[in-house]
Design a protein around this ligand. Structure first.
Ligand code: ADP
Length: 646
């Protein structure tokens, strides 16, 4: 089978024989070429020639040709270059890729309607399928090629295609179809005088007749081919055609001639390393020598045949094993690659996670730094503010201390001054009394009375200021002594009796029966409070009455709670003034009050004293109808005996 394949491929390769010389000539032409179209053609041709010298260069030239053809839209040139690129792959043994490029070229030839190109592609594809061992497909392509050659009317093309198709029929022992094709091709080639083509036609016919007979035709055709190859020094052709001749002689029992050609074929095939041809030669020589009675040499050929068979088998097995090994290695490598990919993917994931974590940490750190900065800024601002507040506090504290010192100084001053003024005022008052008692002249009495009134007022004012000062500075303390409340109240009523009488006012005292007589407390301060209230009521009442009422609220064995009420039918107090009359130096600003004497300190002192008692003043007043002042006080009902421990 391989023999026949070589037979076909020789035709294929011979189209471009003497490739090295061709290459040099083409390179010179390429250097001198000025047209792009010509350059595409030359590059494609160089690609073709290099396919039998240097595959990489072949592909480079073909690809350059395709590229340039694309640039200048030279489709025919591109298809030719693709065809040559496919040939380079086919020569390398990469038949599948070759078919792809052939079909790409065929598409372009189809588009262009380039029949010669189509015929060439069909022919080439036929050869590739032959290499792949697909005889049916190969035959199909060659038949198509032949069809197109016939359409083109290219005699040589027709003859070559016929030879190819015939060879394929011969391979499958379809002699019936092979013979007419070979004969037709032979006649065309003879008329065209194409020696090379004739050699292949003769070769095929020699082989065909060797199988079918008659032998004389087998000799003549095979010898025609042999002499052509001999002239061409084509050892391959010589080896295979001499084998045909030898076998035919053997068939005809012409043993000596058979041995001669078979030995020639053996020597050439051994030289070329075409083992299948060698094997066939050895087998035939064994038979020839057996027939000659040379059993020893027959045995020698037989042994050589067996050795070569084993060697071929071994090398086939080795290549099979290598193939399996490489397949196994490939699978193992694939698995390793898959594992590595998996590991790589895992590492990538881990790396991505680490990057994400690092980025997150970086962001967090930046954020923390930002927070720290803003906090530091805030702290700075706060520290500044604190400092300012502390500074202000210091100032305030200083001012407060100064104010306290000033207040104390004022109080001390008031206290000292009041005391210092009171002494001479008492002397003044005493002197006025003495003068009044020393029978003054009538016109002096009025003056002395005025003097007495002013002096008494001044003394009251001094006493009030002193009292208020003591109360405000906490110097005034309540006493705790036993006293008779009825006597105290009666005394107060008597004290104001004269004044009330003068004004025509009814001064009433109403003490409820449940009020205990004996109490323990500060009778002096209680008197001061009641005197102030009654003095005001009488002062601001022109008619009606002024009443002092006392009632018991709670009465226990040791303590009692009393309610004191001073009410009058006087001028009353405006509602808006009622809350301020307890402040210092406040007098309700009306003509009536201005007529009256007073310091505006009485109610303030009263309120302070009640505060010392733990009580408070209540006021109800209606202007024009009267006023009602009330307060509650707690008293002990018996004096706690002081135990003398001395
Ligand atoms: P003064 O020494 O002026 O009486 P007070 O502090 O005792 O000072 O009284 C303050 C003011 O309250 C009085 O000037 C007066 O206008 C008003 N006031 C006090 N008691 C009465 C009252 N019973 N009726 C009307 N007005 C009163």
């Amino acid at each position: 089978m391989k023999k026949k394949l070589v037979h076909i491929l020789i035709a294929f390769w011979c189209i471009g024989y003497c490739h090295a010389e061709q290459v040099d000539a083409l390179k010179v032409k390429l250097q001198n070429s000025t047209s792009d179209t010509a350059r595409v053609k030359l590059l494609a041709k160089l690609g073709f020639e290099y396919a039998f010298i240097h595959l990489d260069s072949s592909r480079r030239y073909c690809e350059l040709a395709v590229q340039l053809a694309d640039e200048i839209t030279f489709n025919r040139g591109k298809a030719d270059a693709l065809n040559n690129l496919a040939i380079s792959y086919d020569v390398e043994g990469n038949h599948e890729v070759a078919i792809t490029y052939f079909l790409m070229a065929l598409d372009i030839y189809d588009e262009l309607g380039a029949k010669d190109g189509q015929a060439r592609i069909y022919n080439n594809c036929g050869m590739v399928y032959q290499s792949l061992g697909d005889t049916a497909k190969s035959l199909e392509f060659h038949k198509r090629s032949l069809q197109i050659e016939k359409e083109l009317g290219d005699s040589l093309g027709i003859a070559y295609s016929m030879t190819q198709v015939a060879a394929l029929h011969l391979m499958v022992k379809d002699y019936e179809h092979a013979l007419p094709l070979y004969l037709s091709a032979l006649s065309i080639l003879q008329s065209e005088n194409d020696i090379q083509g004739l050699a292949y036609a003769h070769w095929g016919l020699g082989e065909l007749y060797m199988e079918t007979g008659p032998s004389n035709l087998a000799y003549s055709h095979a010898k025609e081919a042999f002499s052509f190859f001999e002239n061409e020094e084509n050892k391959k052709g010589m080896s295979e055609t001499s084998l045909i001749i030898g076998k035919t002689y053997f068939n005809e029992n012409q043993l000596v001639e058979a041995e001669e050609y078979l030995l020639m074929a053996l020597t050439l095939s051994q030289e070329l390393g075409t083992q299948n041809v060698t094997l066939e030669c050895l087998l035939n020589l064994t038979e020839v020598h057996k027939a000659l009675g040379n059993y020893e040499s027959a045995l020698g050929f037989q042994e050589e045949y067996s050795r070569l068979r084993i060697e071929i088998r071994k090398s086939e097995m080795t290549s099979n094993i290598k193939e399996i090994e490489s397949k196994y290695n490939f699978e193992r490598q694939q698995q390793e690659i898959a594992l590595l990919n998996k590991e790589n993917a895992h590492q990538t994931t881990v790396r991505n996670i680490i990057i994400c974590v690092l980025v997150a940490i970086a962001i967090l750190l930046l954020w923390l730094y930002w927070v720290y900065l803003s906090k530091a800024k805030t702290m700075e601002v706060l520290a500044d503010k604190n400092e300012e507040i502390m500074r202000k506090n210091e100032i305030i504290e200083k001012e407060k201390q100064n104010a306290l010192i000033a207040a104390k100084a004022k109080a001390d001053f008031l206290s000292v001054m009041s005391h210092e003024i009171r002494t001479p005022m008492n002397v003044v008052l005493g002197s006025i009394h003495l003068l009044l008692e020393d029978r003054p002249k009538p016109h002096q009495i009025e003056t002395l009375n005025m003097l007495k009134f002013s002096a008494e007022n001044l003394l009251t004012l001094l006493n009030d200021i002193l009292d208020l000062n003591k109360l405000e500075t906490g110097k005034l303390k309540l006493e705790s002594t036993a006293f008779d409340i009825n006597m105290l109240l009666k005394g107060i009523q008597d004290g104001f009796g004269e004044e009330a009488k003068k004004k025509g006012i009814d001064l009433k005292l109403d003490v409820s029966k449940d009020v205990p007589h004996q109490l323990v407390g500060d009778p002096g301060r209680l008197s001061q409070v009641l005197n102030n209230l009654l003095s005001n009521s009488i002062k601001f009442t022109d008619s009606g009455y002024v009443k002092l009422r006392v009632e018991a609220l709670k009465k226990g064995k040791k303590k009692t709670s009393l309610k004191f009420v001073v009410e009058d039918t006087g001028i009353g107090i405006e509602p808006e003034k009622q809350s301020v009359i307890f402040d210092k130096f406040i007098q309700v600003d009306s003509a009536t009050t201005r007529k009256q004497s007073g310091t505006g300190l009485g109610l303030s002192i009263t309120k302070h004293i009640l505060k010392l008692f733990g009580s408070d003043m209540k006021l109800k007043s209606t202007p024009g109808k009267g006023s009602r002042f009330s307060f509650k006080l707690k008293f002990q009902t018996e004096l706690i005996p002081i135990i003398d421990c001395s």
